[in-house]
Write a protein that binds this ligand. Sequence first.
Ligand code: FAD
Ligand code: SF4
Length: 526
Amino acid sequence: MNTTPALASTDEPPSGTTAPTLRLILGDQLDPLHPWLTQVRPDVVYMLMELRQETDYVVHHAQKVLAIFAAMRAFARQLKAGGHRVRYVAIDDPSNRQRLIANLQALVQHYRAAAVEYQLPDEWRLDAELRAWAASAPVPVRACDSAHFYTPRDGVARVLAGHRRWVMEHFYRHQRRRHGVLMDGTAPVGGQWNYDADNRQPWHGEPPAPPDPRPRHDHRALWQTIVAAGVRTIGDSQADDFRWPIDRREALAQLDAFITHALPHFGRFQDALSAQHERLFHSQLSFALNVKMLYPHEVVARAETAWRAGHAPLAAVEGFIRQILGWREYVRGVYWAHMPGYTEHNALGHSTPLPRWYWTGQTHMACLRAAIGQTLRTAYAHHIQRLMVTGNFALLAGCDPAEVHRWYLGVYIDAFEWVEAPNTLGMSQWADGGLMATKPYVSSAAYLQRMGDYCADCTYDPKQRTGARACPFNALYWDFVARHRERLAAHRRMALMVRQLDRLDAAQQRALLDHAAALRTRLDTL
Ligand SMILES: Cc1cc2nc3c(=O)[nH]c(=O)nc-3n(C[C@H](O)[C@H](O)[C@H](O)COP(=O)(O)OP(=O)(O)OC[C@H]3O[C@@H](n4cnc5c(N)ncnc54)[C@H](O)[C@@H]3O)c2cc1C
Ligand code: SF4
């Protein structure tokens, strides 16, 4: 027997319309400038729902659940204040069925709706669910674009059709030309497409990293609601000192502060790692972008304007714009071209369980302790921490990519599958065999020591390859090369790694591989 109460219409203004259109707004579609909202229509009810289906498909960071719910609530308030009709189904609403389709069915019945409309979801999972429901729903169900990205879902596939291998740089140049970004007629401004070579400096404290521009919120009451609803999370909720933007106004203020203080140095220190400063010159705008409080176009335009006004150097601005106009759109194209099934790829056949300290940060390795500890505390780590610290270690240790994927999908504030999966499984774990990235991102301790300052405070020695104090990255790196020798040797950009291994004499190779084998039996204790 279904004991869930009928969906009461407690929080929408009365209306003479008997058969409204219901419009679904998902938790990552909080765009106040969406074409839907240009008109106040009494025959439309906007639906927002907090769902256990969404809190439970993976264990999420506490701040991620808080941020999305707080932003959804703020968005609903803003819609109501603008005169729109809104039905908000809170996590603790007794009538909440906690599943998207079950709630939709109940709302259609309750409102005697004429039709349901939704914006195309970014995640395949929800897209498939809504499409399946649309085929059998009791009312017409229509989808429209979220109007957020530069390119449609199949945009990258269309641009790269005919290319044997997909390379982000090809797509990026197309994007620059197509959207006239950093262009001088048909040529890139400054004569170069890419200033990556200028963007690889470590940071030694100068210039000082900018202050954190993000707002502060007290979300203790909402946190209590989430806990009482039984939602399981990881990480620190920081409910009384929460730093993520919950509406467009706050996101725009964060963008302003980034352009003013951090963008001029973004490029040079883009790849730097530092125990002294967790964010360095990164923007922390991914959450606001991914829940659509900000448009990628406006962020790119602000950065270009800063260069044209002489406020920031071209290398910094180009490096930043490439992340948004290039990488962000490109990973989305990879996702839609290869879903469903992309998340099951395991090209290297890795199956080692993720070490337990990924969930606690309690490891003797200073770089991993810092990156994971910060992640659990703040729900954020910058790109190089994700790629070259946590991702690098998981790949070298041969961890199961599906488990690595679930970890990244849970722990970061900005983690939504369309962007997380290609970054984790493709760029970081090379589990897709090279569909997304041209080479696996692996390194020994030398790279981490050059780009960061963690090694000085570590139990391990980055210079040693074997022995009790040897940095585990070293033996695991050579072990990775040896285990995947054939695949790497056949690859133009990776064959060098195999040649370097072969330059070591047989005794050195044996010692390294033995040490790696011993490490791999006790990963949890490193
Ligand atoms: C293993 C792994 C997992 C990742 N998971 C996610 C994720 O779940 N969600 C997510 O948004 N990004 C993810 N990224 C990409 C990138 O690390 C984050 O976008 C970035 O760290 C967010 O911080 P920021 O806003 O300070 O970025 P900045 O360094 O300031 O960059 C500016 C913006 O560019 C975009 N961007 C930069 N790099 C990428 C990239 N590789 N792919 C897509 N967009 C990019 C983001 O929107 C970001 O806000 C992942 C990267 C790796 C290696
Ligand atoms: S010595 Fe190795 S484990 Fe320690 S901080 Fe350096 S790279 Fe990381």
